[in-house]
Write a protein that binds this ligand. Structure first.
Ligand SMILES: [Zn+2]
Ligand SMILES: [Zn+2]
Length: 139
């Protein structure tokens, strides 16, 4: 099985990571329009790229500081520059996690997959990949 590597990190460079993915299963992205994602990014929505805790390698000494707003999971951000970096699910038998698409060095390496919490989408975000499937919070 051949694989490729995605790299990323925060704005100040204190935290860097990378992870591999199989070339036949390229990484995808999920646009989340929930209020928490809006607050944490300071923008209309947040976009996550799923990976796993086992696949992710930290390349720096520093690690994200974690903040838990909901029981669903924890958000990780750089304690130096504040960049949102990760989301780790609380109920996690598959050790799944996400990185933020904005923290990737090449955001174009991932392909859009879906919108979630779409019932809360901001008007300005309605033009973003409108052909992707749209789900509400309850689905
Ligand atoms: Zn930083
Ligand atoms: Zn969200």
């Amino acid at each position: 099985m051949s694989s490729k590597t995605l790299t990323g990190g925060c704005l100040c460079g204190a935290i860097r990571y990378e992870f591999d993915y199989p070339t036949d299963k390229p990484p995808t992205s999920t646009h989340c329009h929930c209020n928490f994602c809006r607050k944490t990014t300071g923008s209309y929505f947040e976009t996550f790229v799923p990976t796993t805790l086992d696949a992710l390698r930290w390349m720096t000494e520093s690690r994200p500081k974690e903040y838990q707003k909901s029981a669903l999971g924890k958000r990780g951000f750089c304690p130096e520059c504040g960049s949102p970096l990760t989301w780790v699910s609380s109920d996690n038998p598959k050790r799944s996690m996400c990185v933020t698409v904005g923290s990737l060095d090449d955001a174009d390496a991932v392909k859009g997959n879906m919108h979630i919490f779409y019932e809360r989408v901001a008007n300005a975000a309605k033009g973003v990949e409108p052909s992707l499937p749209k789900y509400t919070s309850g689905e």
